[in-house]
Design a protein around this ligand. Structure first.
Ligand SMILES: [Ca+2]
Length: 177
């Protein structure tokens, strides 16, 4: 009796394995397709100079011109990469500003966060400091990507360290002018 049951189990396992072998190629093709989709959706562009975090491009320093920015972006899909300010296409000679959007083809878009530019004009002034303070004191919260723009040290938190760094940068720029 026990041997018969074992035989049945063995037969069942052999049948199961054959079924798996038959379907294995189909399964692996399916898995490969999924991987390709995942790679293309997360990496329509790549960059070594900047960083893409949750669809936001960070580590762009204030004063970066659009043509300089695009030179540091590698477009991985066969569609043009265009930067917009609202609905307007930004000219190559223009300064990058927080709130601009990089669109790659129809399906991909990335928000731009220029370091320290909380006001969205691409220049670091007392206005940015004011926006930082209002956010810091919970009077007026900064929204994404303006919030990401004031994470000066890119650690994912807004602290007094960011405030100090922003102050230094604004003072530094004022001195150099
Ligand atoms: Ca920070």
């Amino acid at each position: 009796m026990k041997i018969k049951i074992r035989m049945k189990v063995i037969v069942a396992l052999v049948v199961l394995m054959s079924v798996l072998l038959v379907f294995a190629p189909a399964v692996s093709v399916f898995a490969a397709t999924q991987n390709i989709t995942a790679i293309s959706s997360s990496e329509a562009i790549t960059t070594t100079k900047y960083e893409i975090r949750d669809g936001i491009i960070i580590r762009i320093t204030a004063g970066t011109i659009l043509s300089q920015f695009l030179a540091n972006i590698t477009n991985n899909i066969n569609s043009p990469a265009i930067v917009y300010s609202g609905n307007t296409k930004v000219a190559d000679s223009k300064r990058m500003a927080t709130g601009m959007v990089l669109k790659v083809g129809k399906d991909f878009s990335y928000k731009i966060a220029v370091q320290g530019d909380a006001s969205g004009d691409g220049v670091l002034t007392a206005m940015d400091l004011s926006k930082f303070y209002l956010n810091y004191t919970s009077v007026k919260a900064l929204k994404s990507p303006y919030l990401e723009a004031v994470d000066m040290n890119y650690d994912g938190q807004i602290t007094s360290l960011d405030l100090n760094q922003l102050k230094l940068l604004i003072v530094g720029l004022d001195v150099s002018e």
